[in-house]
Design a protein around this ligand. Sequence first.
Ligand code: MG
Ligand code: MG
Length: 271
Amino acid sequence: MVILKTPEEIELMRESALIVSRTLGMLAGEIKPGITSLYLDKLAEEFIRDHDAEPGFLGMYDFPNTLNMSPNAQVVHGIPNNDPLKDGDIISVDCGALKNGFYGDHAYTFEVGEVAIETQKLLRVTKESLYIGIREFRLGNRVGDVGFAIQNYCESHGYGVVRELVGHGLGRKLHESPEMPNYGKRGRGKKFVEGMVVAIEPMINMGTRRIKQLNDGWTILTADGKPSAHFEHDVALINGKPELLSTYQYIYEALGIQSDEEAEFRRHEFH
Ligand code: MG
Ligand code: MG
């Protein structure tokens, strides 16, 4: 059952989402060769608690840490460890926070030092597919419209779209109905209505869409060992249209990146 949110609840959810956005922005300034994901995890936990929130993933389904840290061929659900990041790595950072009873859940794939051009392209296309998918999250559209848009765009670049893991409704629970696959058919699935809040999160592989799982019971990685990217925003359906609750602006400020992608998205939505 889809749990719809009131405008007041959506404002609380924006607060939770923005705590995660700020956490990712803080991490952006720390991610560099030689740093370990476990160190970053501790920073994130401290930062979230300093903002009167709880880490959303710590202890959830018995996950041992605050962040999902998934470098290179890891797709999602990587466990932070003491391996130093290397120049040329990418690392997908997925973070959750719980505040006022609501979850924020938001992810970004970072470059560590100088990254190969073809990997940079994977990150760019995956992030573009996120916005392309979000645009379909509008009144009267259906779950399949979002999935189709993401799949179509990523496959047109020859990338593999992971099927086994999906986006989801978000609220007082981290995972609510509906499931939001990154693949699908136009006009199929649950219809979007006012007050829905979802996490849309393409997980896109440079090569095969096939995945495997490490025997730690968590880490998902690509079957062919090629890199994978993951970007996730929290989005509410307000006035018939998608409204971003999370933002990458803190990341871009920390990295000195000039990006108008979110303003661009809003212009596209509201004109
Ligand atoms: Mg997430
Ligand atoms: Mg999620």
